[in-house]
Design a protein around this ligand. Structure first.
Ligand SMILES: Nc1ncnc2c1ncn2[C@@H]1O[C@H](COP(=O)(O)OP(=O)(O)OP(=O)(O)O)[C@@H](O)[C@H]1O
Ligand SMILES: O=P(O)(O)OC[C@H]1O[C@H](OP(=O)(O)OP(=O)(O)O)[C@H](O)[C@@H]1O
Ligand SMILES: [Mg+2]
Length: 280
């Protein structure tokens, strides 16, 4: 049975649960459930703190898990990213009181508060900056005002929390993070491959739509260039032998632009439908 670690609370948990449900796995009935067996899919889910998930997977206790890239790097364990999951995007950045810092070299000798001390220490060492790292559990933005740090390194999504605390970002982003599926390096597990393919299917179904249209036969090459699909568009004959029907996958975000271009080219009966599930 494949053993999968899933975030039990926090920013990652809801989106992770939704994605697994879309991939055809059983949904947890109660938020307090810590272990759930999905006998139909031969998978056992363990609901854990996202910060701990890398530890379990790194030790090989659990086969794969969903966590944040920043949490994986912070844990400094023997686990690697298997797949980007496309949710919980954030950046990890330096911030300080408005006007205090312009670049990272000014951090030498200063106190830096963070919840990601492993990640931060590595980054500072890479830059050769000697600063004191103060490890806090959360609400890191308050640490400067309360006098335990001079600057912070924290997760920034909208930037609203920083702004409310009278702080601003400085320096380059330390890391661009998102939710990832993690596993042990070099271990290929057939059951895990099924999970990966299913999650990839969800990602593609979320990103693409199916576009159908009719076009004059002599324009099909030009139309195919507008809708190349993943491999190649399907072209089917119509009763009127001067025309063909074309079906292709198109990126959801460019649907309307592609429809306009197809229409200008002469395509008609352009239909867009969503993809419920797929295997690529
Ligand atoms: N706005 C956000 N706040 C916090 N984490 C975020 C945000 N957006 C994305 N993330 C990601 O979520 C992960 C943190 O998960 P965690 O469960 O610790 O979140 P949390 O909501 O801060 O939980 P907690 O309430 O325990 O602090 C990281 O990978 C982080 O990059
Ligand atoms: O850029 P924003 O959209 O404002 O989001 C970023 C903030 O959200 C998280 O805090 P969380 O609510 O998880 O509290 P915590 O710091 O106590 O973990 C994170 O630690 C930042 O403080
Ligand atoms: Mg938090």
């Amino acid at each position: 049975m494949l053993r999968v670690a899933v975030p039990n609370k926090g920013s990652l948990s809801e989106a992770a649960a939704e994605m697994l449900a879309e991939a055809g796995y059983r949904k947890r009935r109660d938020n307090r459930e810590l272990v759930m067996v999905d006998p139909d899919n031969d998978v056992e889910f363990f609901f854990l703190r996202p910060r701990d998930i890398a530890v379990y997977v790194g030790q090989g206790t659990l086969d794969v898990g969903i966590t944040g890239r920043d949490l994986l790097l912070d844990a400094q364990v023997e686990a690697v990213e298997l797949l980007e999951l496309g949710f919980a995007a954030s950046t990890f950045r330096f911030a300080g009181p408005v006007g205090d810092f312009r670049d990272v070299t000014q951090l030498a000798g200063k106190r830096l508060a963070t919840s990601y001390d492993g990640l931060l220490r590595d980054y500072l060492a890479g830059l050769g900056i000697d600063a004191r790292v103060v490890r806090l559990d959360g609400a890191v933005e308050s640490s400067v005002r309360l006098g335990v740090a001079d600057a912070i390194a924290d997760v920034v999504e909208t930037g609203n929390t920083l702004k409310a605390a009278g702080m601003e970002i400085f320096g380059e982003p330390i890391l661009k993070s998102q939710a990832v599926l993690i596993g042990r390096p070099g271990e290929r597990n057939a059951a895990a491959e099924v999970l990966i393919r299913r999650l990839q299917g969800v990602l593609v179904a979320r990103q693409y739509v199916l576009v159908d249209y009719d076009i004059r036969k002599d324009l099909v090459e030009k139309a195919a260039a507008l809708t190349p699909g993943l491999e190649s568009p399907t072209v089917s004959p119509l009763r009127d032998s001067d025309w063909v029907a074309v079906r292709s996958m198109v990126l959801k975000k460019s649907t309307n632009q592609v429809m306009d271009e197809l229409y200008d080219l002469g395509a008609r009966a352009i239909l867009v439908s969503s993809i419920h599930a797929c295997r690529i």
